[in-house]
Design a protein around this ligand. Structure first.
Ligand code: NAP
Length: 366
């Protein structure tokens, strides 16, 4: 695949999609289709892009309309899917990509989509067609699985990892839908930790009032062993993983608990709660990882902290970096998760140079 490939960014003027479009507009030389149901919004984004190396064109696409999706996919060599809620879209857009011989990047998708693509030997279809699908190319999951791999590089015997991920952010319509749907074993287990070589339920309690460099104020952290954390524990051969979701405000977690208890499908209350948290605490996001070598006690051997004001921009970075890796021939045919297939050192280096993000790495002395 060459860098003159036509790239279709579905959801291209949403929060994540517009970041992907802005980034690829500066790096690729082919055509960028800015796609969604509202061509006026696509045109408006194109108008604000300024000079770049790619040409852009709005494309009207409704992913719920198979004919419209097929027409779009037929024009693309690579589709970057940022249309959500992802846990409703599932494998619809990926399958259209495969039907039309296009590669596929998903800013989300995650295990619900992975399981569908892999069912009944599904990965073989992608390999046989010589096509690539990379899922979870966002901030979390995605970067959250890749940064610890960078942290563990060169360490002989990594034994324990603690991770703190989250912050305060407004919720877009698609992200709110996904937050509401992100329940169940396809996502992870609350209160669980990784111990020895297995998931151990009811192991960890919430931690309140934590002071951590990745966050500008004291935060509450809630243990949630995600499927990504389990995969990471196995890949890096960790004995212990303590994986926490950080909520910078209290309105969103309270409303989320209420919405889940009532089995609500309405995202409006979640969006209002997140907006209220931003009004009270500002908008900020962080990922912090502590890694221990040899001994699970004592101070961590290495620490990595990432901070940004805009988590959607971070997902845009990751999805655009994944598209670039595919264009550069760095990803083999088949179905992958971004954290398992991208180069941790290369991505961390690119991220360190990104003006939207601050990364610091610390090593224990001696
Ligand atoms: N992994 C991560 O860390 C991470 C972080 C943030 C977001 N995400 C995920 O990334 C996805 C996008 O989030 P976002 O914040 O960018 O959402 P957003 O701002 O709400 O944007 C969604 C985009 O999808 C388009 N869209 C919605 N329904 C569509 C349909 N039927 N057909 C075609 N296009 C459609 C929207 O345009 P129209 O409505 O005009 O069609 C819009 O352009 C979500 O699934 C979200 O959960 C992942």
């Amino acid at each position: 695949m060459s860098d003159t490939t036509t790239i279709g960014v579905l959801g291209g003027y949403g929060a994540v999609g517009s970041s992907v479009v802005r980034r690829l507009h500066q790096t690729v030389t082919g055509q960028l289709l800015i796609a969604g149901r509202d061509p006026a919004r696509a045109k408006e984004l194109a108008r604000t892009l300024g000079p770049g190396t790619a040409s852009t064109e709005p494309a009207t696409v409704d992913r719920n309309d198979p004919a419209s999706l097929d027409r779009f996919a037929a024009r693309c060599g690579l589709i970057v899917n940022c249309a959500g809620p992802s846990y409703r879209v599932l494998d619809t857009v990926a399958r259209a990509a495969l039907r039309h011989d296009a590669d596929y990047v998903d800013a989300a998708g995650d295990d619900p989509t992975l399981l569908r693509l892999l069912a009944d030997g599904g990965a073989n279809e992608w390999v046989a067609a010589g096509r690539i699908a990379v899922l979870s190319a966002g901030a979390l999951p995605g970067l959250s699985g890749l940064l610890p791999r960078h942290l563990a590089a060169g360490i002989q015997r990594p034994v324990r990892l603690d991770a703190y991920l989250g912050g305060v952010a407004a919720l877009t319509p698609a992200a709110a839908g996904d937050v509401l749907l992100s329940r169940g074993p396809e996502h992870g287990i609350s209160g669980a930790g990784w111990r020895g070589d297995d998931v151990r339920e009811r192991t960890l309690a919430p931690r309140r009032g934590l002071s951590l460099p990745a966050f500008p104020r004291l935060v509450d952290a809630f243990p949630f062993l995600s499927t990504e954390a389990v995969r990471l524990a196995r890949a890096v051969r960790l004995q212990q993983v303590n994986w926490y979701t950080v909520f910078g405000g209290d309105q969103l977690p309270q409303q989320l608990a209420m919405s889940w208890a009532l089995e609500s499908t309405d995202t409006r209350d979640l969006i209002s709660a997140a907006t209220e948290d931003v009004r009270r605490h500002g908008s900020w996001y962080g990922q912090e990882f502590h890694l221990w070598e040899d001994d699970i006690d004592g101070p961590p051997t290495r620490t990595l902290s990432l901070t940004t004001e805009d988590s959607y921009e971070l997902s845009g970075f990751m999805a655009a970096a994944t598209a670039s890796a595919i264009l550069a021939g760095e990803v083999p045919p088949g179905v992958h998760l971004a954290a398992d297939t991208l180069d941790p050192a290369k991505i961390t280096q690119a991220l360190s140079a990104d003006p939207a993000v601050k990364i610091s790495l610390a090593e224990a002395m001696g």
